[in-house]
Ligand binder design. Structure first.
Ligand SMILES: Nc1ncnc2c1ncn2[C@@H]1O[C@H](COP(=O)(O)OP(=O)(O)O)[C@@H](O)[C@H]1O
Ligand SMILES: [Mg+2]
Length: 473
């Protein structure tokens, strides 16, 4: 699968996922708006019931008042009658004119007293008639009746007096004036300025969301699951691609590395068949040496690849003995130092460790050091300058191999210990290798209870440190 195709798939799936999310959001919004209408309908059914019941209660009270005042009026007339009777009798008996005056004054006072008793009733105001407790309980009951449990605030506004008669909105005062449901109280009365009942649900959205919670939750979970699967699949594809690239590189490199000694050997063999050369002992010995060297090189390659295979299966046995780290480093420098000298480079030793004896597998440890020095040399294009430092740190020996070569960026530092991984250099592979060295170093160090670490800066050289613990005995 090539890069462009992967990008295309990522783009396509991202697009589909995004669209899916948009569609989901659209549906949820739609559902919320349906719920909202539903909610409004319920409120619009419930509140007229409240108003009807209020009106009924008021009518009852009005009637009671009327009956009450009528009976008072009857009393008044009765009283008036008896007063008139008394006055009449008095009038009949009057002899002095002052008495008439007195009588008139008395009768006037009596009528005033009676008037007070009956009382001159003012017309009924909403304020007086609206029983807040009744309104409250009616609202709760009717809304609940329609299945609405949401918290609400309300107020009654009088246009006649231009003020709120009842207001329990608290901090939602502004909202109550702006966003509330509004109903006319006493819709049957046309002759007066209307009063309005306003009701506002502060948590309406939260209430609607609660009704929708399961749908929203399931949508989100599904989208997250799809997203996670998608990310996982893309990661696997990218990883597989990298692996197949690395395998290709490996096979190319290997073919190349094997081909050179093979062709050299076949050339040497051809020469040896030549009768002239056969006669010349010095020359033929030279060719034999070439064959021998190239054969050793082939053996080395086979050895390296096989070692990687056995590392994988994990069943390699370490032959642990007491070894002197300094001695091993010296040995490695003796064998591969020549490659550094060829490039006009140098190896500087700085042995600071007082105690450099550890328990380790001599052959593997030699290979580890050799791999690291070989890398330091290989990845220093000009005059390699390699410094090898040993020191004693807590409970062991630390070997640091420093070079001033091409360096490794942060991103690649994490990957170089992976098997077959080589820092990509485009299509130019001027430095040969299989990408097996550092994974081998890591595996061996772990088996020794040690560690390997890299510090590096791109273009500014690298520093590989190997830590080997002292053995317990
Ligand atoms: N000293 C170094 N300086 C720069 N890059 C390095 C160094 N050592 C290792 N690398 C990078 O790490 C990769 C893996 O190293 P290694 O496993 O030894 O494989 P190989 O040397 O066969 O390529 C190398 O291909 C190289 O890109
Ligand atoms: Mg290497």
């Amino acid at each position: 699968m090539n890069k462009a195709l992967i990008k295309l798939i990522i783009a396509a799936v991202s697009f589909v996922l995004l669209s899916l999310t948009v569609v989901q959001v659209y549906w949820v919004k739609n559902a919320i708006s349906v719920e909202h209408t539903n909610f409004e309908d319920k409120v619009n059914e419930a509140i007229p019931n409240v108003i009807y019941k209020l009106e009924k209660a008021r009518a009852q009270r009005n009637l009671a008042e009327i009956i009450n005042s009528q009976s008072r009026m009857a009393n008044f007339i009765n009283s008036m009658d008896s007063i008139n009777n008394i006055l009449y009798n008095e009038l009949v008996r009057i002899e002095e004119p002052e008495d008439i005056e007195q009588l008139i004054r008395n009768s006037f006072m009596a009528s005033e007293v009676l008037k007070k008793l009956v009382g001159n009733k003012k017309p009924f105001g909403t304020e007086k008639l609206l029983d807040k407790k009744l309104l409250d309980s009616l609202l709760v009951a009717e809304l609940r009746n329609k299945g609405i449990q949401a918290k609400f605030v309300y107020g009654v506004y009088s246009t006649a007096r231009n003020k709120m008669l009842i207001d329990n909105s608290g901090k939602y005062g502004a909202k109550l004036l702006k966003d509330s449901f509004v109903f006319t109280l006493y819709p049957n009365e046309t002759n007066r300025n209307p009063d309005y009942l306003m009701i506002y649900f502060p948590w309406e959205i939260r209430y609607l969301m609660k009704q929708m919670a399961s749908i929203i939750f399931i949508s989100i979970i599904l989208i997250i699951i799809i997203l996670m699967i998608f990310i996982y699949v893309i990661r696997v594809i990218v990883w597989q691609r990298r692996l197949s690239e690395m395998k290709n590189d490996f096979i190319n490199n290997m073919t190349h590395e094997i081909k050179t000694p093979i062709s050299t050997i076949s050339l040497a063999c051809e020469a040896l068949f030549d009768k002239e050369i056969k006669k010349n002992h010095l020359l033929s010995e030279n060719y034999l040496n070439v064959i021998n060297d190239e054969n050793k090189r082939l053996d080395g390659i086979a050895e390296r690849i096989l070692r990687a295979a056995t590392l994988d299966s994990g069943d390699f046995i370490l032959n642990m003995t007491k070894v002197d780290v300094h001695q091993i480093i010296d040995h490695v420098i003796n064998t591969i130092g020549i490659h550094v000298e060829v490039k006009d480079g140098k190896i500087i030793k700085d042995y600071r460790a007082k105690n450099a004896t550890v328990k380790a597998d001599r052959i593997h440890l030699t290979s580890v050091i050799s791999n690291l020095i070989d890398n330091a040399n290989k990845y220093s294009p000009k005059k390699p300058e390699i410094k090898i430092i040993t020191e004693n740190v807590a409970g062991g020996v630390l070997i640091t191999i420093r070079d001033k070569g091409i360096g490794i960026n942060k991103e690649n530092q994490k990957k170089i210990f992976d098997k077959l991984y080589r820092v990509p250099t485009g299509n130019i592979h001027n430095v040969k290798g299989f990408g097996l060295g550092l994974s081998y170093v890591k595996a061996i160090m772990e088996r020794h209870g040690g560690k390997v670490r890299v510090e590096s800066e791109f273009k500014n050289g690298s520093r590989f440190s190997v830590y080997l613990p002292f053995s317990d005995d």
